[in-house]
Design a protein around this ligand. Structure first.
Ligand SMILES: C[S@@+](CC[C@H](N)C(=O)[O-])C[C@H]1O[C@@H](n2cnc3c(N)ncnc32)[C@H](O)[C@@H]1O
Length: 328
């Protein structure tokens, strides 16, 4: 996978196809656009222009940086003896080769770990059946969180076996736009988890902050489901209700036993998955919570940033730009 997550833009227009002319019917000219459609079209055009401008500026910046480095290298080579020149060139070539070999080894080992996880890894499902309840920008935010989860999982010594179920429509479109998504070693399912995993229904456990039962251990036989939802807590209790209606077990993270939160215990998708992955590695809930939950959401003695927000706050809790840029 290659590219920079920070460059993944989000289209503010819901459906650009509504501006496409309809096929000619009896040679009649297409009806004029409504005021609303004209406004949307203008917004789309502005958005596309801004996106192109940003792309060109990044390209220009990269070109300048490459030129600067090339000049610097040439300067290093001038004014040295022929022998030193050859030594410098050779050592640079060696360094590059070593770097490429290291990268390729790392990639290979990641592929092996992720492939192995398909048979041995803890199954974790991200339920993507909520896209109709989110705005385009919330879906975009969720896609960024999923990308982050995939990267974190890839770095784990023993990764989880990740599933994306109910992957359809706008959600699927936005995921497909991620560079390298087709090559992700992850289960992509357009069916719901109930259909895709129907023979294992008794092992499904929906994780939800509204559950009564607290997780104690992670059972390798169980399949833990995380609601793929970015909702600023607009849809309170939604996953609990869904699981109850489907007759699926529920559980919440044992946050209460290990730390005090300054606000609600509803975490973002990436936080929940990262906590599960940390727990698989450490078998220590407290350490996992402390490593993942931002300090401003905790009431630790040394916390200086408490009481910032009341509920799940996606802008602050989703992976930072810096983190995102390390993903691919
Ligand atoms: C942003 S929350 C969505 C909240 C949503 N209103 C709901 O009804 O679940 C994203 C998902 O993370 C998981 N989650 C968040 N906090 C959790 C907690 N404290 N314990 C267990 N799961 C949690 C749930 O699966 C949840 O659906």
């Amino acid at each position: 996978m290659a590219g920079d997550a920070t460059q993944i833009d989000q289209n503010p227009i819901v459906n650009p196809s509504e501006f496409q002319p309809s096929p000619p019917q009896d040679e009649q000219p297409p009806p004029p656009l409504s005021k609303n459609a004209q406004k949307k079209l203008l917004k789309l055009q502005k958005y596309e222009a801004k996106k192109a401008e940003k792309k060109a500026s990044i390209k220009e910046q990269k070109k300048r940086e490459a030129e600067r480095k090339r000049k610097e290298w040439e300067e290093t080579l001038t004014g040295v003896s022929e022998e030193e020149r050859l030594t410098l060139i050779e050592s640079r070539r060696k360094l590059r080769k070593e770097r490429m070999e290291k990268r390729s080894e790392e990639r290979e080992s990641k592929i092996q770990r992720l492939t192995g996880a398909k048979t041995n890894g803890q199954k974790i499902v991200i339920d993507l059946e909520f896209s109709h309840l989110m705005t385009s920008s919330e879906i975009h935010s969720l896609v960024q969180q999923i990308m982050y989860c995939y990267a974190v999982n890839g770095r784990c010594a023993s990764p989880g076996h990740l599933w994306l179920t109910g992957c359809r429509g706008e959600m699927e479109n936005q995921l497909q736009r991620l560079p390298g998504f087709d090559k992700w070693i992850i289960e992509k399912e357009c069916r719901s988890y109930v259909e895709a995993l129907e023979d294992q229904k008794e092992n499904l456990v929906y994780l939800t902050a509204d559950a009564e039962m607290e997780l104690d251990e992670l059972d390798p036989k169980k399949i833990y489901i995380v609601g793929g939802l970015v909702d600023r807590n607009r849809w309170k209790g939604l996953t609990m209700k869904k699981a109850q209606e489907q007759g699926i077990q529920t559980a919440k993270l044992p946050i209460d036993n290990h730390l005090k939160m300054s606000s609600s215990q509803v975490l973002t998708v990436n936080q929940v998955i990262e906590i599960l992955l940390k727990f698989l590695e450490t078998r220590d809930w407290k350490a996992s919570f402390f490593q993942v939950i931002p300090q401003r959401k905790r009431c630790d003695a040394d916390s200086t940033e408490n009481q910032v927000d009341g509920e799940e706050c996606r802008e602050k809790d989703e992976p930072s730009e810096k983190k995102k840029s390390c993903i691919l």
